[in-house]
Design a protein around this ligand. Sequence first.
Ligand code: ATP
Ligand code: MG
Length: 178
Amino acid sequence: MHFQRLKLSGFKSFVEPAELRIEPGLTGVVGPNGCGKSNLLEALRWVMGEASARAMRGSGMDDVIFAGSGRRPPRAFAEVALTAKTDPDDQWGGELEVVRRIERGAGSAYRVNGRDVRAKDVGLIFADAATGAHSPALVSQGRIAAVIAAKPAERRMMLEEAAGIAGLHVRRRDAEQK
Ligand code: ATP
Ligand code: MG
């Protein structure tokens, strides 16, 4: 699965519709403090099903909706769409579009290639592609400080999770009890 495009509307500081094209190779996002670089990464997490408002640096999920500024009124909804190229022979026919929309006070709804789906279905699509809202490939700013400040045992847990061996402890404990 290759991400191609992220479209945002009313999401955090992206009040007007905006589009980020993700070309093959490396994409860099540069800009002054507070211009919305982290908001872009959060939009990517969010459309892949992030359920924690705290992970979005908010207290409730409605906090991802543009809250208004000096001259602009708040928005009633936020929408993020992610387009990806997939295997031409798969169930998506080679092109996948996932849309998540939230309306103030009414929660989130998801669509995949135009059809209404559950959050769980979206989670599975990205898990099958070895990515998702909790992929270790997405490293947020606070996370770097957390790794540096972590106690050795905590840091070891992070490394084991990234290495994909965290599940082995559980299995070993099970085996030892048998
Ligand atoms: P830095 O370089 O400091 O990391 P950044 O480019 O990552 O900055 P972000 O953290 O993505 O910046 O953006 C922060 C901006 O987004 C702030 O100005 C904040 O007011 C704005 N913002 C966040 N949520 C909302 C919201 N719901 N409505 C309006 N603006 C919002
Ligand atoms: Mg940032």
